[in-house]
Design a protein around this ligand. Structure first.
Ligand code: GDP
Ligand code: MG
Length: 597
């Protein structure tokens, strides 16, 4: 146990965590020449394509230092705000953290927020100044920034490059010398923390755990404390590049467990695993339940696929404990699920994973944040509005509250003006402005969550030419003037197109949605009026003009293969389309409200 070190790598996005993890794996000989590839731990296709880390990944390295054998368990973490839940879980399984700071970019918003998470969990922090090979690196200045942030000495900051491998030996030395070995009682009853789980269709659920006390042995009868259910430990092992089967995983170590559990709900991240016959009396304090920030409906394109979609979401939820969903129905789309996500990126990724990993074709509806509504009849009772259709009729409505956040934006002094105008346009109120250095400014704003989850991040990047980073945390609900804007196609309300909007921009957005829908809805044999309404009041109108000619008419009499091709093409185009009444609506239309610029 004294030769185990458990650590994670935390940083702002793109500061080089995954690349540095690659170098640690090379240097310790954990991967062979043949297995090497960039960002090796980002093993999901999606992660590789987008170049970002979505899931935390655990891997064990063996390392000989001053003649002694050490076991180093590394957990790579994602940097994007949407995934900070993953970071908090990884942190709980570690005693130390490498805090990576890009030598050209210096400290950014998530550097700070992830550092705080690590400090709250009493982790030993090892500061690493990364990318020192870059010509634009600014090692002296950035070291000063790190020293200011951590209150450490400049000598504590390790200079490194994930690209060249420079500094990797010093990092390993610091991991061994500075990060405390795990503590815990090997003779006490088993107590292990579940920090992640993955669904494997052949082997059932794989649970990743960190042993706090005692040990977990093959074939041991164990209990998950949240449910009280008993299982046999069919297989235990350590996480190398591939899983390595072991007979026992001891106090302080990290490993995986297979119990044959198939049902997603039985494994809860943050739960305690203990011995069935001789359970521990003190359960590990679980993680806070995740709070979704954005809600949207997900519906199968084919209504018959509803049950299959439910099964797929249950499996996905096991791999991503931050996804929540419950059944709902829509007059336009039939049966589906209202899902909660950590943010827009998370929502996109869930949709993509459903399609790639589970072969589902789905429609996602206009996302919204979660509001609180109160009726005149019962002004103290909260009605939670996660779906526009849950908002009580304006005549019954007493008031609505919306979630607010505190946003921290770090930018260059040159862009302060533009960033401020953007935040004010988004109904933000400035709380504080601090010059971190003469060139770098931190702005703190109170803002409605609804304004920042949608296109804020992209706009911020544009106005700051990329020199702004952003982090936020919720600060509670505030009263707000909110209305539901309904969309009517051919005189019929399409509930899945309704959006909850602030009164100040409902008219202009309603008008723009009409214009956007006009572009997106395919022309048909008849005129299709598009209207936006608040209650019974129409606030905007457009028309999709009828087609002049019938396209299929061309085929008749033409050669048969051309006709078949055209039908094929139409069939493909139908994917991600929904027939509502007699109007065909493509998927993009459901997201039109988000893509108005
Ligand atoms: P993460 O988001 O923190 O995991 O960052 P990645 O490891 O995915 O790296 C982000 C980008 O920075 C990639 O394009 C890497 O190739 C690049 N990068 C990472 N480390 C270094 C480094 O030490 N030097 C240079 N020049 N580029 C690096
Ligand atoms: Mg990464």
């Amino acid at each position: 146990m004294k030769n185990i070190r458990n650590f994670c790598i935390i940083a702002h996005i793109d500061h080089g965590k995954s690349t540095l993890a690659d170098r640690l794996l090379d240097y310790t000989g954990t991967v062979t020449e043949r297995e090497k590839q960039n960002q090796l731990l980002d093993n999901m296709d999606l992660e590789r394509e987008r170049g970002i880390t979505i899931k935390s990944h655990a891997i064990q390295m063996d390392y000989v230092y001053e003649g002694e054998n050490y076991i180093l368990n590394l957990i790579d973490t994602p940097g994007h705000v949407d995934f900070s839940y993953e970071v908090s879980r990884s942190i709980a399984a570690c005693e130390g953290a490498l805090l990576i700071v890009d030598a050209a970019q210096s400290i950014q918003a998530q550097t700070i927020s992830n550092l705080y998470l690590a400090l709250e969990n009493d982790l030993e922090i090892i500061p690493v100044l990364n990318k020192v090979d870059l010509p634009s690196a600014n090692p002296e200045e950035v070291t000063d920034d790190i020293v200011d942030l951590l209150g450490c000495n400049p000598e504590d900051v390790i200079h490194a490059s994930g690209k060249t491998g420079f500094g990797v030996d010093s990092i390993l030395k610091a991991i061994i010398e500075k990060i405390p070995a795990p503590t815990g009682n090997p003779d006490a009853p088993l107590k292990a923390l579940i920090f992640d789980s993955v669904y494997n269709s052949y082997r059932g659920i794989e649970t990743y755990f960190r042993v706090i006390d005692g040990s977990i042995k093959k074939n041991q009868q164990i209990k998950f404390m949240a449910t009280g259910k008993q299982y046999g430990a069919d297989e235990v092992g350590t996480l190398k590049l591939n899983q390595v089967v072991k007979n026992e995983i001891k106090t302080g170590d990290v490993g995986y467990l297979i119990t044959g559990i198939k049902a997603a709900k039985e494994v809860k991240v943050g739960d305690t695993i203990t011995d069935f016959a001789n359970p521990t009396t003190d359960r590990i304090e679980g993680f806070e339940d995740v709070k979704p920030m954005v809600f949207a409906g997900i519906y199968p394109v084919d209504t018959e696929d509803y049950e299959e979609l439910r099964a797929s979401m249950e499996k996905l939820q096991l791999n991503d404990a931050s996804l929540v969903f419950q059944p709902e129905s829509s007059a336009a789309l039939g049966f589906g699920f209202r899902c909660g996500f950590l943010g827009m990126l998370h929502m996109e990724i869930i949709q993509e994973r459903l399609e790639r990993e589970f072969d589902m074709t789905v429609i996602t509806t206009v996302p919204n944040v979660s509001y609180h509504a109160f009726t005149k009849k019962d002004p103290d009772e909260v009605i939670i509005v996660n779906n526009p259709s849950d908002l009580p009729d304006p005549s019954r409505l007493d008031r609505v509250e919306e979630p607010f956040i505190k946003a921290s934006i770090i930018t260059k002094a040159d862009f302060v003006g533009q960033v401020m105008s953007l935040c004010i346009e988004k109904r933000g109120q400035i709380v504080n402005q601090t010059y971190l250095t003469p060139e770098r400014v931190e702005l703190i704003f109170d803002m409605p969550l609804a304004e920042i989850v949608f296109d804020f991040y992209d706009r911020l990047k544009t106005v700051s030419k990329g020199y702004a980073s952003f982090d936020y945390h919720p600060i509670g609900m505030k009263q707000s003037k909110l209305v539901r804007v309904d969309m009517l196609l051919n005189g019929q309300i399409v509930d899945a197109l309704s959006a909850l909007l602030h009164d100040s921009n409902a008219y202009s957005i309603g008008k723009r949605i009409c214009e956007k829908l006009k572009e997106l809805i395919p022309r048909q044999q008849f005129d299709i009026p598009i209207q936006a309404a608040i209650g019974a009041k129409i606030i905007a109108r457009e028309t999709v003009k009828a087609l002049r000619k019938d396209v299929t008419a061309k085929c008749y009499g033409g050669d048969i293969s051309r006709k078949r091709k055209l039908l094929e093409k139409q069939k493909k185009g139908k994917k991600r389309m929904r027939q509502v009444g007699n109007v065909e609506i493509p998927q993009q239309a459901f997201m039109a409200v988000l893509k108005l610029n």
